[in-house]
Design a protein around this ligand. Sequence first.
Ligand SMILES: Cc1cc2nc3c(=O)[nH]c(=O)nc-3n(C[C@H](O)[C@H](O)[C@H](O)COP(=O)(O)OP(=O)(O)OC[C@H]3O[C@@H](n4cnc5c(N)ncnc54)[C@H](O)[C@@H]3O)c2cc1C
Length: 287
Amino acid sequence: MIPAAFDYVRAESVDHAVATLAEHGDEAKVMAGGQSLLPLMRMRLAAPGVVVDIGRLTGLRGVREDGDVLVIGALTTHHEVLHNDLVHRYARLLAEVTATVADPAIRHRGTFGGSLAHADPAGDLPAAALALDAEMVAQGPGGRRSIPVRRFFADYLETALSPDEVLVEVRVPKLGPEWGFRYEKLNRVAQAWAIVGVATAVRRDNGSIAEARVGLTNMGHTPLRADATEAALAGLDASDDTALAAAADRAAEGTHPPSDLSGQADYRRHLARVLTRRAVRHAAGLS
Ligand SMILES: Cc1cc2nc3c(=O)[nH]c(=O)nc-3n(C[C@H](O)[C@H](O)[C@H](O)COP(=O)(O)OP(=O)(O)OC[C@H]3O[C@@H](n4cnc5c(N)ncnc54)[C@H](O)[C@@H]3O)c2cc1C
């Protein structure tokens, strides 16, 4: 379908983008890679009066170090994240998750920040950002502010960003070699959306699980953390498979997964338990 008519503004700077958003309020939408916004507009599920294209703001692109944090520009493409050395060294989970996103053409245009700002509970990167305890940096008319990822995903396709704010960068704490990672994604065909996904980061200490973080894809209105599983995993002997399985069995607690053509809610709860067990075993170095 053809989108509804809209005005197009190419932002010359972040300040210009913010000023344009502030002028038009709810009528305006930021466009980064356009890989989620444009399909929605073509289906007429979104009809912004003004599209503010930030795609050429090269200052928002790239990965750099800032002490013990990796700073990933919001416009860094999936392809760039996937092939970035710093990401592989300090936040390998992001590369592993990004490799499962869509296909190479979409990964060349779609952006890291766009995936997070889109806040699709079926998107893969939000679960990884949750498991990595990332911080979102937004710029609005009053300057910049940081939003912990746990407070960023507000509801279905809704974030804590206000209509006049642009997500400019994502700060990801560097994780060292004591951490193991795994993303388990079940989809019907390669390069498709997750029916359920589980992103894990596990810190090992002398054969024990010192800390485990588990992000869930497509298990509710927003991307989620599996809090009950995380609490049950803390301090476990990493080779105690029975205890790991019991902890993974709590992965669906507090979730509200959808029922749709790809699976009923009960099936998704089952998948969350099975995939969590697999992901945690792998991240803990057991398989
Ligand atoms: C066929 C297809 C298959 C796909 N498969 C997958 C998949 O398997 N897994 C997956 O995770 N994703 C998948 N995607 C989505 C893809 O990853 C998109 O790249 C991503 O969701 C959005 O990134 P974008 O840069 O294109 O954002 P856009 O489409 O430009 O924007 C998306 C939304 O975020 C907002 N936004 C974007 N950037 C900012 C910013 N910096 N500040 C404030 N708001 C912003 C926009 O206003 C819009 O509401 C798929 C897409 C397609 C078309």
